[in-house]
Design a binder for this molecule. Sequence first.
Ligand code: HEC
Length: 149
Amino acid sequence: MSLKPAVILLLLLTGGACARRKAAAPPAPQPAAAETAAQPAAAEAPSAPPEPPLPYELRLGRAVYRHYCATCHGETGAGDGFNAFNLDPRPKDLSDPALQKAKSDADLIDAVRRGGAGVGLSPLMPPWARTLTAVQIEQVVGYIRTFRK
Ligand code: HEC
């Protein structure tokens, strides 16, 4: 009969010991420390070029450009899009100050509207007048103007 309190006492003791062992056994800060050490490097990577805020019209132009044009012309207009290797001649560097100076907005708009074949350039530059509105073409040319080095 006196066994019951003894068992309860034993359970309490071992339970308490277990809890104490758990509390006293946190050798886990090492992986946690490794994670925090890896964090600054991950945070540094994308912070390289802080994009300057663009006005609304240019943001619309950028969206068109990234969707339709960057495949060939490249994100920065350098003519190095992933499809550029297929093109002969390659698209010129749209950020080249000489090109930017030589071409008026009307020239660039015309080339985008009618395509290379329409303006005596390579037919591999597609015509966009049926895909984009006149306003979108103005906006994308406005965005191309931001490529000026
Ligand atoms: C399939 C590839 C391709 C796509 C997509 C493309 N282009 Fe082109 N683009 C070219 C090529 C190639 C040339 C160069 C033609 C040449 O120099 O003979 C060119 C030339 C141009 C030019 C004329 C530059 C100059 O020398 O006067 C402009 C402006 C231009 N592209 C804008 C755009 C815009 C804006 C878009 C998106 C709406 C676009 N391109 C999409 C291939 C492409």
